[in-house]
Design a protein around this ligand. Structure first.
Ligand SMILES: Nc1nc2c(ncn2[C@@H]2O[C@H](COP(=O)(O)OP(=O)(O)O)[C@@H](O)[C@H]2O)c(=O)[nH]1
Ligand SMILES: Nc1ncnc2c1ncn2[C@@H]1O[C@H](COP(=O)(O)OP(=O)(O)O)[C@@H](O)[C@H]1O
Length: 286
């Protein structure tokens, strides 16, 4: 169901408080005549880049082939290493990786009107409205009915988590708990290969040739929303809108939190946890 402009505004101001009520970008989504058109496009658009990512990731390691579908979500503040850890999870366990940010950026690169409105939200450090986002992701998940997946960047609000729950059951939620101070420095030195979402960092994992993607040789870019001011706004949005989702999953008994300041220290714990989790899923089925 589409949320009306009035409903959206009143829900948002309840959640954010009057001073944080929706700012021009999101309001423009709803005021614009484009809105209905956007919703339709969310249903019918197809993204080649996204299809390729899914295809690449669907090669399962033989020993990890599951007899039951396994669905996971990875959460954490911007820059906590969700993309980096997701790449390791997909490589090790063969889950298909779906990144909401990559899907949005792929849409933006098409220069559609919907994409421009999304870019406006992203560049202002705001979240894209829930109903647009939920339709976008759930539509893609419907096309993966028989796959195990790892969802990165969605849900980011409680209504998004509820929309996901209505459609799919989530086996586990991996929460990367990394201090904000660590994050700020990482994001301003993040370089991204936009077509695949591969990320690099001048300190942590620099590309072999500065400025170029290791696999394709294509140029890397710094994201427009990785500036210090926008990072501050994104962290605020995380605190206000995404932290309640952690509580939602904690009370559902599926949240697993990993705390630290370095991905290389966190990763072995995530890997061991998933090994155990996947093994127990397999045992239950056998
Ligand atoms: N210095 C440092 N950088 C890291 C570490 N882990 C990830 N990064 C970098 O931090 C940035 C943000 O990581 P990313 O996986 O994109 O985080 P996401 O925003 O949560 O998806 C990227 O440039 C990564 O290469 C780490 O342990 N140390
Ligand atoms: N589930 C979502 N709901 C609303 N907005 C989203 C969602 N996922 C991504 N976005 C938008 O895209 C931006 C970039 O997301 P992402 O690539 O996941 O960033 P990061 O990995 O640094 O947290 C977010 O700051 C937000 O504006």
């Amino acid at each position: 169901m589409c949320v009306s402009e009035g409903t959206y505004k009143s829900r948002s101001s309840e959640r954010l408080g009057a001073k944080d009520a929706p700012t021009p970008c999101c309001a423009r989504f709803y005021e614009s005549r484009l809105y209905l058109l956007c919703i339709q496009r969310v249903f019918f658009f197809s993204w080649e880049g996204y299809g390729n990512t899914v295809a690449k990731n669907s090669v399962y390691r033989a020993e990890m082939v599951l007899q039951r579908i396994f669905r996971a979500v990875i959460m954490g503040p911007p820059g906590s290493g969700k993309g980096t850890v997701s790449a390791r999870i997909t490589k090790t366990f063969g889950l298909s990786h779906i990144s909401s940010g990559d899907i949005l950026r792929s849409n933006i690169s098409n220069k559609s009107e919907l994409g421009l409105l999304m870019k406006c939200c992203i560049d202002q450090g705001q979240l894209v409205p829930d109903d647009v986002m939920s339709r976008l992701i759930l539509r893609d998940l419907r096309a993966m009915d028989h796959s195990s997946w790892l969802l990165d960047g969605f849900p980011r609000t409680v209504p998004q988590a509820e929309a996901l729950d209505d459609a799919h059951s989530v086996d586990t939620v991996i929460n990367l708990n990394v201090p904000f101070q660590t994050i700020k420095q990482r994001l301003t030195s993040r370089w991204t290969h936009l077509p695949t979402g591969r990320v690099y960092n001048v300190d942590f994992n620099p590309p072999k040739v500065p400025g170029l993607d290791d696999e394709t040789g294509e140029p890397l870019v710094q994201r427009d929303d990785d500036t210090p001011d926008t990072v501050t706004l994104r962290l605020k949005a995380y605190e206000n809108q995404t932290e309640p989702v952690l509580e939602y999953y904690r009370s559902n008994g599926v949240l697993e939190t990993f705390t630290g300041t370095e991905t290389n220290m966190i990763w072995p714990h995530v890997e061991a946890f998933l090994h155990k989790k996947l093994f127990s899923v397999k045992q239950k089925v056998a």
